[in-house]
Design a protein around this ligand. Sequence first.
Ligand SMILES: *[C@@H]1O[C@H](CO)[C@@H](O)[C@H](O)[C@H]1NC(C)=O
Ligand SMILES: *[C@@H]1O[C@H](CO)[C@@H](O)[C@H](O)[C@H]1NC(C)=O
Ligand SMILES: *[C@@H]1O[C@H](CO)[C@@H](O)[C@H](O)[C@H]1NC(C)=O
Length: 417
Amino acid sequence: MHLPVAALVALFPLLATASSPPGSGTRIPLGKRSKITNDDGTANIAEVRRQIEYSAAKMRNGFSAYERNMKMKHPLDTSSDLAEDLNPLKRSIGSAALVDDGHTLWYGQISVGTPAQTYTVDFDTGSSDLFLPGPDCTVNCAGHKAYDPHRSSTSSDTGKTFQLTYGDGSMVQGEQYNDTAAIAGLTARDQRVGAANTYSTGFAKDRFPPDGLMGMGYKSISAYNADPVFTTLVQQGQTNASVFTFTLQKTGSELFLGGTDNSKYRGDITYAPVTVQGYWQVQMDNVEVNGAEVLNATTAIIDTGTTLVVGDVPHVLELCAAIPGGLPLPVGLDTVFCTVRCTAIPEVALTFGGKSFVISPETFNLGQIAQGVNQCLGGIVGAAVASRFWIVGDVFLQNTYTVFDMGNNQVGFATLA
Ligand SMILES: *[C@@H]1O[C@H](CO)[C@@H](O)[C@H](O)[C@H]1NC(C)=O
Ligand SMILES: *[C@@H]1O[C@H](CO)[C@@H](O)[C@H](O)[C@H]1NC(C)=O
Ligand SMILES: *[C@@H]1O[C@H](CO)[C@@H](O)[C@H](O)[C@H]1NC(C)=O
């Protein structure tokens, strides 16, 4: 049997004793915070809307970075296909300005600077930049640990600024530095780090417990147009394999760098090639409901920084119609939810690389739409931002072991151990 290099080097951890750190990969335990389902079992509809808006804003940031960096529009970016003022969907996105951003987070520790200071960051495969609050940040930064480049002997000021806009129009903006960043003992020198002097409302401590965010996409969607941390680690020989993986579960969640963690999955890994190197963008072959194919192939962005699965509105309406007891629930002009009977949560599956992976009813169900009602909010929602693609986030990713293989430009999925 031919094993790709990434899988081969990952066999080494199994030879080591179970308790010792793996020889050819590095584990970073992840914490999770989500408040999408209220304690009484109802769905937090306002939070779901914020999360959709956050994902949409993030995609728009990536698309505009791609256009600046690559001198061409991202193939999935439909933003100026219609004149701005004639496009009702575009307008309604603007009017969602009253909705601020928020999201489920998978976060862990990194260190930055010399002497090294530790920070918690949200590991986000749907963006490509590392940023932390800078020492002068007074907008939404209270309670977060600040990165002060002037106290780091390895920092250098690149003289460049950055700006990321989120759903409510508020921004994360600041100055770009180079500094040493380390993650689980792997060191990236001259890593681009944003020191923010303003955080958007969604990054305030009560909404966003980690200090900052570490993007894990490709350089082409970097607002800095600089190598993301993982790319730097690979280029500087810090990892044996240009692969990282996520296990997102209630307990034992981890980011694994430099190979695959064989203790976390069973069976084969099924791969889908990355079609545009920006986001982790692959073809999704189809969508199934209770074993029957209901939607044809579309493009999917695999994003650990998105809570839900966000599809295009027509497809999500079609999907919802195919679910027994499914009822669409339009929200504003640009969003549609799919509600299902709480007593008959469907088994929805997404197919990648020819293999279908089921979203467990438990992760699909976001909770009752109101107390005492037998209709529950489904974890797949339709939104205008996803006009030509789906954003596949945690609602799906909690059900698979997910491999981000930068060396071979592919995303792999396997059954959790
Ligand atoms: C790379 O693999 C070798 C051999 O298994 C191991 O000794 C070394 O620690 C690994 N390096 C990293 C950075 O994982
Ligand atoms: C920052 O790092 C990049 C990439 O290593 C390098 O090209 C650039 O010259 C550095 N800039 C400064 C100001 O150190
Ligand atoms: C998918 O596409 C094939 C070929 O175009 C078509 O026959 C089939 O009906 C489509 N399935 C769905 C669920 O749209």
